[in-house]
Design a protein around this ligand. Structure first.
Ligand SMILES: NC(=O)c1ccc[n+]([C@@H]2O[C@H](COP(=O)([O-])OP(=O)(O)OC[C@H]3O[C@@H](n4cnc5c(N)ncnc54)[C@H](OP(=O)(O)O)[C@@H]3O)[C@@H](O)[C@H]2O)c1
Length: 392
């Protein structure tokens, strides 16, 4: 009997090749803790869809194969270290990212030291009941050196000689959002005190334990500390100081085998905007502090509408905190963590535009972004506008 070799079609070859790439990718993933780069995977999937929709089969299928090969090579790149036996300290776990991180890392098997501003508060109570016995709560106001030293003693005696794998600088305050000229000096000082000096104090106290473990320092800074955003003078300046501190620590701690990462989230819906009572106190605080000529130029109505921006910002924020959690996880456990993570909408693109585009483009974009938060022009400018309109 004569066997006839039929040339397989291009389509069949491509499907076979893609299946082999997929199998290889799965084989590489097998039994290993890997962090899949979802953004890369998303782009590859999109390319694949475009190839199959818009290109003729002779070009689309080979391109599709190429993409499969690239994904098999690139997507599962990040090997993760095992969690077992690793201890982390997180500051500011009463609410928001810190609270969610404490639960998430406890769930993954970390030994968590969760610093809280109020050990008897609702956030601490929730952690006590929801987490495993591995989690320890620490009374830790990061601006208070007595509480910091006490927390250090507790962590050190609990770890004995094993060292601390991770420090997560998370505790932070926003202060008020509004024109930098109007914000009381006390708001600038509070932001610097908590967001910058507090983190420095925690670092200086806990670094010996971190160096011993050759661990990871993860700092939750902000996009507002990287690119100027209107209304964020006090908060942004304190976060810029924090980011720079983190950058220098990356250089200095590398000789000890410690890796350092900065997380710059975009806008997320947490307790950062504070309760509504704080928004009402803001008018009184700002107006009581304001010099007479500034009060005259801006007007009371302008100051009173400043707080309306919080509702606007909350509606612009994402309620899903998972991008921040997975970036912290990556920074703690990836064999090659990145230096900078930008979770959240616009968190990557806004600093990019600030650095690489002409400034006027950046100004147009940020003005557009914050347009909804501006309700009224300052009184003196209103008068000029009306005056100009009358003479036109
Ligand atoms: N949410 C966002 O959109 C966003 C964006 C970029 C960066 N961040 C940063 O992410 C970090 C976490 O903020 P979050 O959004 O999760 O807000 P959050 O819910 O207000 O969390 C901040 C936590 O820090 C605590 N804290 C305040 N002062 C402290 C002090 N002196 N010592 C210890 N803890 C203190 C707060 O306690 P109380 O609740 O008792 O005040 C709160 O638990 C902050 O550094 C923030 O700047 C947030």
């Amino acid at each position: 009997m004569l066997l006839v070799w039929e040339k397989p079609s291009l389509g069949l070859l491509c499907v076979g090749f893609s299946a082999a790439c997929g199998a290889w990718a799965l084989y590489r993933l097998r039994g290993r803790q890997v962090h899949v780069e979802w953004k890369v995977a998303g782009v590859l999937l999109l390319l694949t869809a475009l190839c199959s929709c818009y290109l003729p089969a002779s070009a689309g299928l080979p391109l599709f194969c190429g993409i499969c090969l690239l994904s098999a090579l690139c997507v599962p790149l990040q090997d993760m270290l095992p969690v077992h036996g690793k201890a982390v300290l997180i500051t500011g776990c009463d609410s928001g990212f810190g609270h969610a991180l404490a639960k998430y890392l406890d769930d993954l098997g970390f030994r968590v030291f969760a610093g809280v501003l109020n050990k008897k508060g609702a956030g601490a109570e929730e952690l006590r009941s929801a987490c495993s016995p591995r989690l320890s709560l620490l009374q830790l106001d990061i601006t208070n050196s007595e509480q910091t030293n006490k927390a250090y003693t507790e962590v050190q005696s609990s770890l004995q000689n094993s060292g601390l794998w991770g420090i997560i600088h998370n505790a932070g305050v926003l202060g008020y959002v509004g024109d930098g000229e109007l914000l009381p000096l006390s708001v600038y000082k509070k932001c610097m005190d908590v967001n910058f000096f507090g983190a420095v104090q925690i670092s200086k106290t806990f670094f010996p334990l971190l160096r011993r473990a050759k661990g990871r320092l993860v700092t939750i800074s902000s996009m507002a500390g990287h690119a100027p955003l209107p209304g964020f003078a006090a908060y942004g300046a304190s976060k810029a100081a924090l980011s720079m501190f983190s950058g220098v620590m990356r250089q200095e701690l590398s000789k000890w085998g410690v890796k350092v990462a900065t997380i710059q989230p975009g806008a997320f819906r947490t307790s950062i905007y504070g309760p509504q009572e704080k928004w009402s106190d803001q008018d009184e605080h700002i107006l009581g502090d304001l010099a007479a000529d500034a009060k005259e130029d801006y007007g009371e109505d302008y100051v009173k509408t400043m707080k309306d921006c919080y509702q606007e910002m909350i509606s612009m924020s994402s309620a899903d905190l998972s991008p921040v959690l997975s970036d912290v996880y990556h920074a703690l456990l990836a064999k090659r963590p990145r230096y900078l993570y930008s979770p959240g909408r616009s968190a990557y693109i806004i600093p990019c535009i600030f650095h690489y585009f002409p400034l006027w483009i950046y100004d147009v974009i940020t003005n557009k972004m914050f347009e909804g938060t501006k309700k009224l022009p300052p009184r003196a400018l209103q008068t000029h506008q009306t005056h100009n309109e009358k003479h036109e």
